[in-house]
Design a protein around this ligand. Structure first.
Ligand SMILES: [Zn+2]
Length: 350
């Protein structure tokens, strides 16, 4: 089977399209024939060697997988060849205290699919059966691959780590990104009044088309003041932040008293300096969010099936052009998700 493997870190890294032996499932695993796989900043970090964990190369990246079950391991029950599935990319043990209470995103033995083990930029991938989520009818593979990781991250941030109350002002950073585009839709559906940011007119227009009531230009250094103006100087109740660095610091300039910042990423920097005086005087909260639980993926896909959450797909690359897909994501000149499809569309009707 064909797989795209990262053989040397770099920016760009060195990839090879390889013919590998077909994977065989361990007793608790299934083999998924990958139909679509989303690309994420996590993949860029893997490519650059920028993750704070050691990685053995070669490695097949790709964590946002949708496909059909091709084989099942000897002890797998409840899943059958041909079932259409999404895969929870933050693999979990299912046995630790956090997994037992449904918080798989806190698993003590968590592993990232496509980082710690081979992922979905391949025709086939072996995954633990417990990481599977069934695709609801009406949700196709590309929709799933465009929402399973980034969309469920936003779902986890907005419905598990924090809450949106009707009428709340919600600031969704980067409305054209995977997390941002889902956060706008989820927050609005929950009754929030959404403000979003974008670095280009096209990105801001996309954010508005997804439900943002107001958009601000993130290239204007004074954008937090714009947000304060929009809210009549009050500030927003909730910020969905996934960039980190100076952006995380700036969002406190437009956060209301008693407001919450929830953050899940640090592409712009992992270390920040925060002025604690206004933070505790205004009784604000900064909440970390990591990955998602099974329940978040199920909710995300159910919302997609009912039309409440729409995928935003920038472009789809064939497997052989995976390196170009990485370069395209790195360019940041994208609107929504970049996907890789291992098979030509014609072969999907088999
Ligand atoms: Zn666990």
């Amino acid at each position: 089977m064909k797989a795209v493997q990262l053989v040397a870190h770099g920016s760009p890294g060195k990839f090879e399209l390889r013919d590998l032996p077909e994977p065989t499932p361990a007793p608790d695993e299934v083999i998924v024939q990958v139909q679509s796989c989303g690309l994420n900043h996590l993949d860029l970090w893997l490519e650059e060697g920028g993750l704070p964990i050691s990685i053995d190369l070669p490695r097949t990246p790709g964590g946002e997988i949708a496909g059909r079950i091709l084989k099942t391991g000897a002890s797998v029950t409840g899943w059958h060849v041909g079932d259409e599935v999404a895969v929870q990319s933050n693999l979990f043990c299912g046995e630790c205290e956090f997994c037992r209470r449904g918080d798989e995103s806190l698993c003590l033995r968590g592993q990232l699919l496509g980082v710690a083990r081979d992922g979905g930029f391949a025709e086939e991938v072996a995954v633990p059966a417990r990481s599977l989520v069934r695709l609801p009818s009406g949700v196709d593979f590309d929709t799933s691959a465009a929402l399973t990781l980034a969309g469920s991250t936003a779902m986890h941030m907005l419905t598990n780590r924090t809450q949106v109350h009707a009428g709340d002002w919600v600031l969704a950073i980067g409305g054209a990104s995977g997390v941002g585009s889902a956060a706008i839709q989820i927050a609005k559906e929950l009754g929030g009044r959404v403000i979003s940011t974008g670095s280009t007119e096209a990105k801001r227009q996309l954010a508005q088309s997804l439900g943002a009531e107001f958009v601000v230009d993130s290239t204007d250094p004074g954008w937090p003041a714009e947000v304060r103006k929009i809210t009549n100087r009050r500030g927003v109740d909730l910020v969905v932040e996934h960039v980190g660095g100076n952006v995380l610091v700036k969002v406190f300039d437009c956060l209301a008293r008693g407001g919450t910042v929830v953050t899940c990423g640090a592409t712009a920097g992992r270390e920040v300096t925060l002025n604690l005086w206004p933070f505790f005087v205004k009784q604000q909260r900064l909440i970390g969010s990591y990955g998602r639980n099974r329940a978040d993926i199920q909710a995300t896909l159910e919302w997609a099936a009912s039309g409440r959450l729409k995928p935003v797909i920038d472009s789809i690359f064939p497997l052989g052009e995976t390196p170009q897909a990485f370069a395209h994501l790195r360019s940041r000149n994208i609107l929504g998700k970049v996907l890789v499809e291992p098979f030509e569309p014609a072969s999907e009707s088999d």
